[in-house]
Design a protein around this ligand. Structure first.
Ligand code: 9MR
Length: 441
């Protein structure tokens, strides 16, 4: 069976407006909004609003952990096998293939309605022992046989394959990474892509790498030049995967959107394939928001996958780089990511901008029991903002405005401190970003 990605829709699908939102808009004196807030309540639902997927790496040995599978099944609709489809797992002895661990993950994914990214067919790392010791045409042929056999086994079940992984060197050289595969000849990458296309013509074929996020880095430029050359010469490549493993030594670049956009302009999809960001709290959350915003700004950025479910599942667990803590609780990074997917930019815009002023709503700080919301008014210095809290949420505090009400619909008016104000909201189990409508009284 062939499953193909629906291309991102140019406009978000309109979702049913909730009674609460409708009431808020009517109470605020506005016209019932025609562009309701979508508010997908899971990562996969929110990403689907723009036709994108949201995925995770899955480790087969964790599929018996019900907390793990509950979160994974609820939040994600794309699955990457963290290790189970790699070369050492699938061909432990030459020409003896073992697909049991990979099949288990594909089976879990498909029985739960999820798509699968294949990872990875040709890589210098995690080669089985027999391959590590090979060279020359024997290695080239063994590599091509591996690509063919594995892609054939999974034919029709893979959304995108990381055909070749991590083939460029780090640092300023812009060179290919030295490896036994590279020493078989510079054309090994395109040979692998051609073999993968022949074996599974419907899978999207990706080149996947890390440290390729900053547009000005030599490695990014080198991969870009290879993809441009492949497109010019008709080598079958459909996508570029950006692993996106970030920490203080490799921070989220502020030109990420430019990087994704420039690759997409070559005529390939771009995918964020292994996202994790070392850190905690608001600072980590803001970086996740930036990544989502960069992807949403590029039409051909078709999806985002994080590299694990909970921090404790991460290959760098000590960096707490994921969206759920070790107990399965949603972190600030989760809420910022969900907001950004829902609103296209991490803000809820005024659903009725026709009545003299507008307001945007942005999450701005997080604690376990409460969070801050920043509201920015424009269009008039005389304003009245109706803020719709979600079910359970209550007001703790406000600043730079006079705010009345404690739950449901709050009303804010200027108190002389300008047009930017804020509130602190107790979650009481509901972390959705409030919505707001501005009018001129
Ligand atoms: O998360 C994977 C970890 O469990 C393995 O031990 C490791 C072995 O190389 O690979 C990790 O996944 C890597 C991925 O396959 C390719 N990009 C970098 C990932 C993190 O190291």
């Amino acid at each position: 069976m062939t499953r193909k990605l629906t291309p991102p829709r140019p406009r978000r699908r309109l979702r049913a407006i909730s009674l609460a939102t409708l009431t808020a808009v009517v109470l605020a004196g506005g016209v019932a909004a025609t562009t309701a807030q979508a508010a997908g309540s899971t990562l996969q639902a929110a990403a689907s609003e723009s036709g994108r997927y949201f995925g995770t790496a899955i480790a087969g040995h964790k599929l018996s952990d019900s907390q793990y599978t509950t979160i994974a099944n609820r939040e994600f609709n794309m699955v990457t096998a963290e290790n189970e489809m790699k070369l050492d797992a699938t061909e432990p002895n030459q020409n003896q293939f073992n697909f049991s661990a990979g099949d288990q993950i594909v089976s879990w994914a498909r029985s739960n309605g999820k798509q699968v990214r294949g990872h990875t067919l040709a890589w210098h790392s995690q080669q089985p022992g027999w391959m590590q010791n090979m060279s020359g045409s024997a290695l080239r042929n063994a590599m091509l046989n591996h690509v063919t056999q594995v892609a054939t086994h999974y034919r029709g079940q893979i959304h995108s394959w990381d055909v070749v992984n991590e083939a460029f060197a780090d640092g300023s050289s812009g060179a290919r990474r030295d490896s036994n595969l590279q020493r078989t000849g510079n054309d090994w990458i395109e040979a692998a892509f051609r073999a993968a296309r022949a074996a599974d013509p419907n899978a999207k074929l990706c080149y996947n790498d890390y440290n390729t996020d900053n547009w000005s880095h030599a490695k990014t430029q080198a991969v870009y030049n290879m993809v441009r050359d492949f497109k010019a010469r008709g080598v079958p490549i459909d996508c570029v995967g950006f692993q996106a493993h970030f920490n203080s030594g490799n921070p989220v670049p502020n030109n990420y959107h430019e990087t994704l956009g420039n690759f997409a302009a070559l005529g390939v999809d771009v995918q964020i394939t292994e996202l994790d960001i070392a850190g905690s709290g608001t600072s980590q959350a803001e970086q996740y928001r930036g990544i989502v915003q960069a992807c949403l700004a590029v039409a051909r950025c078709t999806g985002i996958s994080v590299w694990g479910v909970r921090d404790s599942d991460s290959w760098r667990a000590g960096d707490t780089p994921l969206l759920f803590d070790g107990n399965g609780n949603k972190k600030a990074a989760y809420h910022y990511t969900l907001d950004a997917l829902n609103a296209g930019g991490g803000t809820n815009p005024d659903p009725d901008p026709s009545d003299g002023c507008t307001v945007t709503v942005t999450r701005s700080n997080e604690w376990s029991d409460r969070f801050n919301v920043s509201l920015a008014v424009s269009g008039s210095s005389a304003w009245r903002v109706a803020i719709q809290l979600h079910g359970g949420q209550t007001l703790q505090n406000s600043w730079n405005a006079t705010v009345s009400g404690t739950s449901g619909t709050l009303t804010a008016t200027p108190n002389g401190a300008g047009d930017n104000f804020g509130i602190t909201v107790y979650r009481n189990g509901n972390s959705n970003l409030p919505t707001a409508t501005c009018s001129v009284p």
